[in-house]
Write a protein that binds this ligand. Structure first.
Ligand SMILES: *Cc1c(COP(=O)(O)O)cnc(C)c1O
Length: 252
């Protein structure tokens, strides 16, 4: 499993499938960035992916990133070949006390799932005289197990719509954050067509937010994982987060 050609082959295959899905929907393949989700994956396997040309990586736990990212940075620094520096995406729920690790090691945060973590990260970023690009995680499917701003049924229910606008409004102008778009996790399903409405709903929510807050430009939609990324790309994903289809199944 942790074998350079296995990972390189998988990356090549996934990129082909992303390109096909994009073209199928009349989009340019370059509009979609593949984020290789390396949670639980050992550093050596991540390095194989870097050697195969992969640039963007996602981790879902701040402490795991804090452990692995400096090791990888050091190895790349020590090797004679030159590789482009990896770009690290935080894609998982962040406890408030872990916010400093996120700011220290990650370039982008997909998982702003509540107002308090937005404020915390913004404050820390400001103190560090930085701004950090972020996405707002929205729960459009309504699954109770999912994090994110509650947006289930927002198209049909004006109260829910008003509620999510009200919730998001104070986040939009925090000085340490650059809001770049939305992220969602679809429910697990073998029937990916069933998931299409989830992706459509996130895209429509983005459009509605841009209309409601004309000063906001929200180009990014982070949606699609190993099992459902083609449908997500067809519906406008600009970032797909793919783990198992690149690195193999994770240990339970
Ligand atoms: C694990 C994870 C993924 C990737 O899931 P795979 O099924 O391995 O492709 C994507 N997004 C988030 C938030 C994750 O935690």
């Amino acid at each position: 499993m942790e074998n350079p050609s296995f990972i390189a082959q998988n990356l090549k295959h996934i990129k082909e499938r992303i390109a096909l899905a994009a073209l199928h929907a009349g989009r340019e393949p370059e509009q979609v960035t593949l984020v290789a989700v390396s949670k639980t994956v050992p550093v050596t396997a991540i390095e194989y992916a870097i050697h195969a040309g992969q640039r963007h990586f996602g981790e879902n736990r701040p402490e795991e990133g804090e452990r692995k990212i400096p090791l990888i940075t050091q190895t790349l620094h020590d090797t004679s070949a030159t590789f482009e520096k990896p770009i690290w995406h935080m894609i998982g729920h962040i406890q408030s006390r872990k916010a400093p690790q996120v700011l220290a090691h990650f370039e982008m945060v997909h998982s702003i799932d509540r107002v308090s973590i937005a404020i915390k990260l913004s404050t820390l970023a400001e103190q560090a005289k930085r701004t950090i690009p972020v996405l707002l995680e929205c729960n459009v499917s309504g699954e109770v197990s999912k994090y994110g701003f509650n947006a289930a049924g927002w198209e049909r229910d004006i109260a829910i719509r008003q509620n999510i606008f009200n919730e998001i409004a104070p986040v939009l102008h925090l000085p340490g954050l650059k809001i770049k778009g939305l992220m969602t996790m679809a429910p697990l399903s073998d029937n990916t067509e069933e998931l299409r409405p989830v992706f459509v709903s996130l895209r429509a929510l983005r459009d509605a937010l841009e209309e409601k807050f004309p000063e906001m430009i929200l180009p990014h939609l982070s949606m699609g994982m190993s099992n459902d990324f083609e449908v997500a790309v067809e519906e406008g994903a600009t970032l797909v987060r793919i783990g198992r289809a690149i690195f193999g199944e994770r240990p339970l």
